[in-house]
Design a protein around this ligand. Sequence first.
Ligand SMILES: Cc1cc2nc3c(=O)[nH]c(=O)nc-3n(C[C@H](O)[C@H](O)[C@H](O)COP(=O)(O)O)c2cc1C
Length: 421
Amino acid sequence: MKRLDDFRLRLGRHELVPIVIGGMGVDISSSDLALEAARLGGVGHISDAMVNTLTDRRYKTKYTKAKQAQFQYNVASEDKSEVKFNLEHLAEATKLHVETTMARKQGNGLIFINCMEKLTMNGPKETLSVRMNAALDAGIDGITLAAGLHLGSFALIAEHPRFREAKLGIIVSSLRALQLFLKKNSRLNRLPDYVVIEGPLAGGHLGFGMDWAEYDLEKIVTEIHQYLLTEKLDIPLIAAGGIFTGSDAVRFLELGASGVQVATRFTVTRECGLPDDIKQEYFKASEADIEVNEISPTGYPMRMIKASPGIGDGIRPNCEAYGYLLDANGKCAYITSYNREVAAHPGERRVSVADKTCLCTHMRNFDIWTCGQLTWRLKDTTHRNPDGSYQLLSAEHVFKDYQFSTDNQVSLPEPELAVSA
Ligand SMILES: Cc1cc2nc3c(=O)[nH]c(=O)nc-3n(C[C@H](O)[C@H](O)[C@H](O)COP(=O)(O)O)c2cc1C
């Protein structure tokens, strides 16, 4: 019986353990988590979602404060079109995050950054260009383009000296999306170095509608694999979404994938950026506690734990400080919903907004608990402590479990000995 370790993911001259830990914003796929994947010979991701806010928290920069101060005059206004990012600050923050991470890298693996197109930042093209170019300047090994079709994204870095050397990948959920991307980029003569195929069971935003349950990752991987063979395109495929054991992973490699991207099992590791009390919420969740809803202002369905405090909350939009989801015209679907509720409930100090959420504020504060569909199985991957809480895992333990397990087994960690007084 094969193990995942019997396969290798080849990206150019790199020969990797075929395990990619997926990008998880905002700072859930922390540097520490990505560094472990690289040390163990796989691929780790950091994410540039809300990077200014992230560096303020991690490295004590003051970008958010500066933006808030600059646009303080606009806080009560419904019109957020003037609330722009300072592109120099954005470049600095991205470089700081990437350089600090890359300086600590050990081992033969790689570290990529997850760039979501839907973080339109009231200036989609110029902000994405700054984010990608700054990450390349700072020495990132590769960029994974996520949450969007990214039809023009490669062109934004085509002049960068590392355009052909850094690894560039895209995330798609259908053959059609991949075909569109390839068609649009043909004149750049630069194929993606890898394609992540994300199925309907993944965490974060989904590349499907609310009919997500009708799709099947195995079918999509098979279809895309066949297409690439027919077109004689040699692009490694990385399957993602609901791959919970090493045996699940092997199944995809036998179908033609070259690697797997996994995330959910790492949300309960010590290295993951979620606060420890929220990791316990992930452990505790049952299948009925997980839903896919449409409250993200991006317009994509998103999977989360129903008890997330951000669901239904009616906080005032905080775009002067954040504003990462403002579209090209300074609009966000949450602002519209919030204003509607405020108008319907005059004089109320705090309204409730059911149909959309202020994703910037709530992801920043870890109040939207986005998760993969198989989060409910996490409790079976560890021990229960005497106080009822679950023992956190190490990223190394989970990584090696994927790498070496067979027969759909999940190996439990060494029990932590209770400290006696
Ligand atoms: C907590 C969480 C946050 C995520 N955030 C992002 C994100 O910011 N960008 C992205 O492209 N994918 C995101 N994802 C998707 C993962 O990178 C990954 O592709 C997917 O979840 C793999 O499926 P699995 O979680 O079942 O292993 C997120 C997943 C989780 C669990």
